[in-house]
Design a protein around this ligand. Structure first.
Ligand code: PRP
Length: 178
């Protein structure tokens, strides 16, 4: 796996340290009462597991299977909801977590759906946000790191299903992307 990585963009220790700060911010900002964390699969599972364990609050965790990249390197432009059931969010404060904000289509589509389903408020957190013009006007309330417009893998992010288990975020070698 390592041989396919051009360079490490954000190493493990830096990610973990940043998550300490993000968790504290969320803990301080969220009103009293239960939180529903919505984790977007598959990419956000590593980030969410590490972040949510740092928030000592009563919260429930739901996962949503959405897909826009379909395994490749570019967003398909269409967000698919793959689950048969949508979690119950009526009246809840929701913390919507994703691994990366790129075109913004995924976060915008899911936030809209959560609002339609009656969530009281939708707060968004992403590990990475690409510094680029988005197709949808959306920014996260909590961003771990802003990165350039490069294709990155690791810490939950994949290329064709691989590299999610790397403990860091790295740039994929062009030779590995085929
Ligand atoms: C990726 C990523 C985000 C989304 C971001 O998901 O995990 O959810 O794309 O891109 P956007 O801002 O352009 O919408 P993907 O469809 O690859 O699914 P995965 O999480 O299962 O890898």
């Amino acid at each position: 796996m390592k041989k396919d990585i051009e360079r490490i963009l954000i190493d493990e220790a830096v990610i973990q340290k940043r998550l300490d700060t993000m968790a504290k911010e969320i803990e301080t900002d969220f009103p009293a009462g239960p939180i529903i964390a919505i984790v977007l699969l598959k990419g956000a599972f590593v980030f969410a597991a590490d972040l949510l364990r740092r928030i000592p609050r009563e919260l429930s965790i739901e996962c949503l299977n959405v897909s826009s990249y379909h395994g490749g390197m570019e967003s398909s432009g269409k967000v698919d909801f793959l689950d048969r059931h949508f979690p119950e969010v009526k009246g809840a404060h929701v913390l919507l977590l994703d691994d990366i904000l790129d075109t913004g289509r995924t976060l915008a589509a899911v936030a809209k759906r959560l609002e339609e389903e009656g969530a009281l408020a939708v707060h968004t957190g992403v590990l990475l946000a690409k510094d680029k013009k988005r197709a949808e006007e959306v920014e996260a309330d909590y961003t771990g790191f802003e990165i350039g417009d490069e294709f990155v893998v690791g810490y939950g992010l994949d290329y064709k299903g691989k590299y999610r288990n790397l403990p860091y975020v790295g740039v994929l070698k062009l030779s590995a992307a085929n």
